[in-house]
Design a protein around this ligand. Sequence first.
Ligand code: R5P
Length: 292
Amino acid sequence: MQVVLPLPGNEPMAASLAGALGAPLGGLETRRFPDGESYVRLLSDVAGREVILVCTLAAPDEQFLRLVFAARTARELGAASVTLVAPYLAYMRQDKRFQSGEAVTSSHFADLISKEVDRLITVDPHLHRHKALAEIYRIPAVALHAAPLLADWIKCEVERPIIIGPDIESEQWVSDVAGRAGAPYVVLQKERHGDRSVEVAVSDLNTWRDRQPVLIDDIVSSGRTMIEASQGLIAQGLKRPVCLAVHALFVEDAFTRLSELAQRIVSTDCVPHPSNLISVGRLIAEALRRET
Ligand code: R5P
């Protein structure tokens, strides 16, 4: 028997998973004490059950302690197992010590999560220098892929698309989406100079001028990657792009700035955002059923 418990902000995804699984949607009460510490209380009976904690990790520093407290309390109260469903998995991009003294947070975060839950289910984690979650996670960690969902959306919504990846890292999902959508693809060259500073070199795309560019990236954070790529496409006389993201972090003014360039911005609901149009709920529910 399962019970689905949402961490704050994850109620819609948890409700959709509970519905798809036919499992009860449990409750978790959380609040901040005046000094900022977290209060956590499980409102559901978890004894003997598989507890599914739903917690996308777009704000990991804010969520992490509450997640740990919830997972530990579930165990203390007799949960048979604790599964973390984190549609967006944080701390995957600092996967190397680029400068001396830097923390390789992808590995440290993986170690912390591995100590707290029995298994992890996530969607399109940013695997670049780590080729698989198993390299850093010590628990069963399932990486699901949104590519089929993105491809289906493109097939329904975009006429004569040309799929564009903004950097070499994006080739893995861009080629997959393009193949499924039956569309050509190109990958641009990106150089990152800082957190909010990137340069994207756009090769000659003249042959694709009559096509609708669809820019795809796994994560949009500061938005600089998508913004620079969009500007480069428009400067070459291509149509304003449709921008598609798996994880819509859109920090600060990223969404407003990209909206000025894009024809449309669409994302999956891995991270709740007004641009969410593609649901990963069924994908995750199927994985939960399969892996149980
Ligand atoms: C990293 O290479 C990722 O695939 C994204 O391109 C990156 O995280 C986007 O970040 P930002 O929106 O801050 O440019």
